[in-house]
Structure formats: C-alpha cells, structure tokens
Design a protein around this ligand. Structure first.
Ligand code: NAD
Ligand code: UGA
Length: 428
C-alpha cells in the first residue's frame, strides 16, 4: 500500500517509521520545509528513542516531501497527523485540520481512505466527511477515525506493540475495516470498532482517565502530608488491586506535555458546548494547576530568603526521554522561581529552555556547573541521570542542603542519612 502521512511531528514520524516497517511505502509530508530538509539529509528533528534506527532501517520505503498535493495524488491511504493545540479558551484549534481538508479537496482524483490520527474533538471526523462531501464526490473517499495512544519517550515501542487498534467508521462504510486490517497487518492488537465520534470520545476519555489518576494521587499526596504518611506506600497499596492498577499513580508536580493538558481542557470545553456538567474534569485541572505552586510555597517557607539564592533545576522536558517542552512542569517551576527573583541554573540531558524571557535563568551544559554553589536542588523531571547521581559529590558541590524531589524519584532515607533536607511530594 502507498501511504501519505501528513505531519512530520512525534506522531507523524513514528507512524511513518512503523508503517514502513510493516512493509508499506510511505511519503511523509509537512508544511515545515526546514523539517523536511533535515529529514532528507538524514537528521531527525525530534528526540525519540529508537525512531532514528527504525527510520534508517526502512529508508528505502520512506520519503519526505513538502509537496502535499503530489503525495496525496500518489497514495491510496492518507493519514492526518497534524497538531491540534489549544486555543486560549481551552477549546481545540482545528486550523491545521482545516488546511489539510483544503489540500485533500484540491488533490483527490481517485479513491482514498482518509485516516485521522490527530486527536480531534467529538464530531470533527463527521465534519471532515461533510466538508469534503461538498467539495468532491463522496464515492472518492471514506473518513476513518484512528486515534493514537503512543507516549513520547516510548513512542516506537507503543506503536509496534499497541494494546488495541481503535477504529471509528461511518455505518455506511463497508470498505475501510478491510483496508485498516491490511494497513496494520503484522501488529498483534485487537481491533475495537465504533463510530467516528465514538472513537474520538474514547481517545479523550482515555487521556482524561489517566490524567484523573495523576490528579487523584496528587490530592492523596496532600492528605499524606497532613497525616505524615508516605504517598508511595499508599500508591503501592492501592495499585496492587487490579481494579485500580499500579500505573499512573506517581505523585509529583502534576501532568504536563502536549497531550493531557490540552485534551482534558478540550473535553471540558466540548462538554460545556453540549451543556453537560463535568465536575471531575474541572477537579482534575484544578489540582494540576496548583501542584507546582504548592511546592514553591513549601520551599519559600523553608528558605525565607529564597530570592537571594542560587537554585539548580534538574530537568526541562515535560517527562524523561523526550526533548518536548510543551506544557512542561519543569518550565513552570523555573517561571515561578524566576518570579521570586532566584538565580536559576537549569540542566537537561536533551531538552532546551524555550527562547524568550524566563527571567534570570541559565541553562548549564553539565550537571556539576549547575549544581555548584546551589542552595537548593530541584528535580523537575525524573531523567535516570538524576536518580543515579553521585550524592556525595553533590554534597561537596552545593552550598546548601535542600533537595526538592518533584518527581519522587530519589531515595529519601539515603539522602536524609547523608545530611540532605529532603522535600518530596506527599512523602510525610
Ligand atoms: P507535532 O506538533 O509534533 O507535529 C505536527 C506536525 O504537523 C508539525 O511538524 C507541523 O509542521 C505539521 N503540520 C501542521 N499543519 C500541517 C499541514 N497543513 N500540512 C502538513 N503538515 C502540517 O504534533 P504531535 O505531537 O505529533 O501531535 C499530532 C497529533 O497527534 C495531535 O493531535 C496530538 O494530540 C496527537 N497525539 C500526540 C501524541 C504525542 O505523544 N505527541 C500521542 C497521541 C496523539
Ligand atoms: C500521554 C498518554 O500516556 C498516551 O497514551 C497518549 O497517546 C498521549 O498522552 C497523547 O494523547 O498524546 P505522554 O503525554 O507522551 O502520553 O506522556 P505520559 O507518560 O502519559 O505523561 C504525561 C504527564 O503525566 C507527564 O508530565 C508525566 O510526568 C505525568 N505523570 C505520568 C505523572 O505525573 N504521574 C504518573 O504516574 C504518570
């Protein structure tokens, strides 16, 4: 099969590599010429473990282009993987989807299966279908909703070994299921088939549920602090119950990234439009919104003269093993500390601080220079490099002894034995 993937971001590039690995020919297109030039010269514009290897392995079945019209004309399958960011009111910005609809309408001359991988609000695929039907013959295409469930940092593995393939189709569509089965032939995952809107809502419900687990354990962490209990014990205790499950119960600074924040707020917005009350979605966001501030307040209480201190912030990306800084809680930590006027030295193995005025922030090239003379060390992202650090050396480098473990990734007892003051999230 010949597949055109529109969008060369985290999802588009991973999809391109995996679909090529499954034996299909892939043209990955993007409006961003710099990205396409990079890809054509063998450079991968994002950091995603295993992606470069899989792209290289399948190079003979993969090409990259900015010629979207040509790629659409040549392919029988079109996969939409463009961004769907938030608008200021929390709803989804569908500008990039509309632009793809224009490209499809002006290019389609033969039958296409149009697959939406981007996360789009309920009703969007029906809208794509009806907008296209006014511009081209309905017999020339079918729209399929096929939301993606990969996580950054493990995207390749998640896509090669998915727990399901979620497919939404129109009731009248008798062609697409067979085509989707051929496309994903080789992946061992059950097909879950529903309507276009059913698939969209399932994707949002999935992200909202995972975000809910995180906000729930963060709320319990606040209670743990009031009762001098370690939230890690509580998470372990409840997580062994298979009805609850142990994953996504890591208390910390809250969820960030390009997905949970925008998707929970988009679902809330969608519900409001339909006049449906969603107090759980509101509570999930409220807890997440206040989590970083909670720990900055605790730090200020601990060090009243915080503004005069050097603080080392370890981690810039929104989670380990990615360079993505969208809605990163680490950036929020830096912004809050900068507001106070602290001298901030940040370090990340891969990610970079955003351009623009964050305040008095320096990104160091190595851990030692960032930690040297710091009064406090603030772990904002749990890269393995930080949890395996030589703490004796750190002790010698720092001027103070405060460790804020914003991701509960350190051994509290060991650090306390060594003379550090340890502040974790809900750790008694
Ligand atoms: P991204 O921002 O990394 O990449 C999107 C790409 O689309 C960009 O390179 C952009 O230049 C390109 N683009 C935008 N408009 C275009 C157009 N009209 N024609 C061609 N290219 C265009 O985004 P992402 O993180 O890969 O996310 C894409 C979608 O997948 C979003 O809807 C997101 O919610 C969803 N999703 C993301 C993840 C994830 O972990 N990142 C996981 C599951 C689902
Ligand atoms: C998330 C989902 O896990 C994917 O299934 C989904 O496809 C994707 O969103 C999406 O729709 O785009 P991702 O954002 O890449 O994936 O990363 P996660 O591992 O889910 O982490 C999200 C945030 O939650 C991070 O900031 C992480 O630090 C935080 N988190 C995660 C916690 O605070 N505690 C946990 O126990 C787990």
């Amino acid at each position: 099969m010949k597949v055109c993937v529109i969008g060369a971001g985290y999802v588009g590039l991973t999809s391109s590599a995996v679909i090529a690995e499954l034996g299909h020919e892939v043209i990955c297109v993007d409006k961003d010429e710099t990205k396409i030039n990079q890809l054509n010269s063998g450079l991968i514009p994002i950091y995603e473990p295993g992606l470069s290897e899989l792209l290289n392995k399948n190079a003979e079945r993969l090409s990259f282009s900015i010629d979207i019209e040509k790629a659409i004309k040549e392919s029988s399958i079109i996969m939409i993987a463009v961004g769907t960011p938030s608008l200021p009111d929390g709803s989804t910005n569908l500008t990039y989807i509309y632009s793809v609809i224009e490209d499809l309408a002006s290019s389609i001359e033969s039958y296409k299966t149009i697959i939406t991988k981007s996360t789009v609000p309920p009703g969007t695929n029906e809208m794509i279908d009806s907008m296209l039907s006014t511009k081209i013959k309905p017999s020339l295409f079918n729209v399929v909703s096929n939301p993606e469930f990969l996580r950054e940092g493990t995207a390749v593995k998640d896509m090669l070994f998915p727990d399901k393939t979620l497919i939404g189709i129109k009731p009248s569509d008798k062609k697409s299921i067979d085509i989707m089965k051929k496309l994903y032939q080789g992946l061992e995952a059950p097909f879950i088939i529903t309507t276009l809107t059913g698939a969209e809502l399932t994707k949002y419900a999935s992200n909202a549920f995972l975000a809910m687990k995180i906000s729930f354990i963060n709320e319990i962490a606040r209670l743990c602090e009031a009762y001098d209990v370690d939230v890690m014990d509580v998470a372990k205790g409840i997580g062994t119950d298979p009805r609850i499950g142990s994953q996504f119960l890591r208390a910390g600074l809250g969820y960030g990234g390009s997905c949970f924040p925008k998707d929970v707020s988009s679902l809330h917005h969608t519900a409001q439009k339909k006049k449906v009350q969603t107090p759980i979605l509101e509570a999930i966001q409220d807890i997440n919104r206040t989590q970083v501030k909670e720990y900055i307040s605790k730090l200020i209480k601990l060090v009243p003269e915080l503004s005069a201190q050097k603080i080392a912030v370890l981690g810039i990306s929104f989670k380990p093993d990615t360079d993505d800084i969208r809605y990163s809680k680490a950036i929020e930590v830096i912004e809050e500390l900068a507001k106070i006027g602290c001298e901030i030295h940040a370090y990340d193995p891969i990610a970079f601080l955003p351009k623009g005025n964050l305040g008095h922030v320096i990104q160091g090239k190595d851990l030692d220079s960032v930690i040297k003379d710091a009064h406090c060390l603030f772990i904002a992202t749990e890269w393995t490099e930080f949890s395996t650090i030589d703490w004796q050396k750190v002790k010698g480098l720092m001027s103070g002894n405060i460790i804020v473990d914003g991701r509960n990734c350190l051994n509290k007892e060991n650090l306390e034995k060594m003379g550090f003051y340890y502040l974790g999230v809900g750790r008694g």
